[in-house]
Design a protein around this ligand. Sequence first.
Ligand code: NDP
Length: 241
Amino acid sequence: MARVALVTGGSRGIGEAISKALKAEGYEVAATYAGNDEKAAKFTEETGIKTYKWNVGDYAASKAGIEQVEADLGPIDVVVANAGITRDAAFHKMTPEMWNEVIATNLTGVFNTVHPCWPGMRERGFGRIIVISSINGQKGQAGQVNYAATKAGDLGIIKSLAQEGARKGITANAVCPGYIGTEMVRAIPEKVLNEVIIPQIPTGRLGEPEEIARCVTFLASDDAGFINGSTISANGAQFFS
Ligand code: NDP
């Protein structure tokens, strides 16, 4: 029987590429989104992948949504916690609302997504947790104190889950993308992209969403069973100390 994968924020950007790649590998895929109904409908029309709408920052909504996915597709074997937002500002201009919104989506959202799936994975003796963190969680980033805190927090989550889940056949890993050419990054003015951002990337280009998706399909596979609590950095050789 096909394994079932849940991808939060799975209908556009990096998540869209992950949903499509998992489907191509033979998984039954459920892709969630927050509010962009038009994009989600287009995505389902193109791919045949069913979408589900809930706010990952809301535990009750996540639990109910996950129960619906499991009723439709069967028990969830693979969780890709990908949904994320930015609310950037210099720290002295960052408001408590900007802090709380990013924490709720990017950090509490990971708890809310993984926690309802965890007991079933333990019972069945198999699970794959993959969190999409960021290079900025590894190195920090001016203007992103909130975002970097959540993405660094993701790494603490997967290292701890890896230790708790290891004997139950569950792995928990992270992928840390650098700059990937999604709508979010392509919206940066071309001059800034070409003169500031791309010169920082030794590979000389943005990453493609499909390059992150391939990391995810590998981490989800049986071949990756001994990789647990690890981080794959996919950033075009942007080294940092
Ligand atoms: P996008 O902005 O293109 O897509 C974000 C997705 O997350 C959308 O599907 C969106 O839904 C969903 N989402 C946002 N907030 C919520 C919420 N509260 N509840 C449920 N779903 C939500 O992002 P990217 O594809 O660029 O990024 C994906 C992940 O990769 C994020 O975690 C991001 O931090 C990380 N990342 C991205 C990098 C990049 O260069 N792009 C670099 C490093 C990390 P909807 O469509 O309805 O708005």
